[in-house]
Design a binder for this molecule. Structure first.
Ligand SMILES: C[S@@+](CC[C@H](N)C(=O)[O-])C[C@H]1O[C@@H](n2cnc3c(N)ncnc32)[C@H](O)[C@@H]1O
Length: 265
């Protein structure tokens, strides 16, 4: 048995396209019941699974190719106070949302970039990452409550204390961290859904399946149920699960998703 440490589950600091709110309980139970020494998430996004775990192993790695995502986690961990001070001056306002949208992330400091990303992400309709619009709903209050945000960010900065944060293509992460004791939890962009500003075409699922077939460690993947996905991952154990997609605060349609794994142990 590998040692694990209990941690306080926290929630993602912003909504995110493909965030795993509805499946989180189920996926965390599967992950926690799976023995591993190293936990690696190649597509972490806002951390809908990573943050909701209640136990953690010795080593944890989170990764996302998005510079905004990796930068936010790094800034929250290393520059928590100056970041909070910058966030404190903001409130939900369409004019400020539009102004932040116009800024070029590449021309900002790391802290400014993290502020921009979190502000937009917190306020964007449906947790969209690309093509964001100012999200308001009748009868729903502002989603930018600084006191609540401060508490979420404090919990996040503590949770990230000993976590390795990477910003690489998933293939490089699989190569770098694969080992017999490693468990990868993968939540790639859903097939047919665009919106991260990063290309992830049909061939990418086949490339991912090929790589996963050759790893020494274990993996658990959540993905939408499509013919292409079923074909690409046919060699692994595929389980159907029912869930509900949520867009912003409104309940969405019921769908079937897949949990795919290589059962080695
Ligand atoms: C479905 S989302 C993950 C959502 C996450 N589980 C959550 O709870 O927020 C997929 C993520 O994969 C990232 N991504 C897309 N292509 C990638 C690649 N080639 N390598 C690593 N990350 C990638 C996107 O930036 C996005 O954050």
């Amino acid at each position: 048995m590998y040692p694990t440490i209990s941690v306080a589950p926290t929630r993602p600091v912003a909504a995110y396209l493909g965030g795993k709110r509805n499946l989180a309980k189920r996926l965390c139970a599967i992950i926690d019941g799976h023995e591993h020494r190293n936990y690696v998430e190649p597509f972490v996004g806002m951390g809908g699974i990573f943050l909701r775990r209640s136990r953690r192993p010795t080593a944890e790695v989170i990764n996302d190719l998005s510079g905004d995502v990796a930068n936010l986690f790094r800034v929250v961990r290393r520059h928590y106070q100056p970041f909070i001070d910058e966030m404190d001056g903001l409130h939900a306002c369409r004019a400020e949302f539009d102004r932040q949208m116009q800024l070029d992330p590449a021309a900002l400091t790391d802290i400014e970039r993290a502020v921009r990303f979190l502000y937009l992400q917190r306020l964007a309709f449906g947790g969209k990452v690309h093509g964001r619009t100012f999200g308001v709903s009748r009868g729903v209050g502002s989603r930018f409550n600084v006191a609540r945000l401060r508490a979420d960010l404090r919990a996040l900065s503590q949770r990230l204390e000993s976590v390795i944060i990477e910003q690489l293509d998933y293939a490089a992460i699989l190569r770098r961290y694969d080992a017999r004791e490693t468990l990868f939890y993968l939540d790639p962009p859903y097939e047919g859904t665009e919106g991260y500003g990063i290309e992830f075409g049909p061939d990418e699922y086949r490339r991912l399946a090929e790589m996963l077939a050759g790893i020494a460690g274990d993996f658990i993947m959540s993905i939408n149920d499509t013919p292409l996905v079923r074909e690409a991952f046919a060699r692994f154990a595929i389980e159907e699960v029912s869930t509900t997609w949520t867009v912003a605060q409104t309940a969405g349609k019921k769908v079937t998703e897949l949990i795919i794994r290589n059962r080695r142990r």
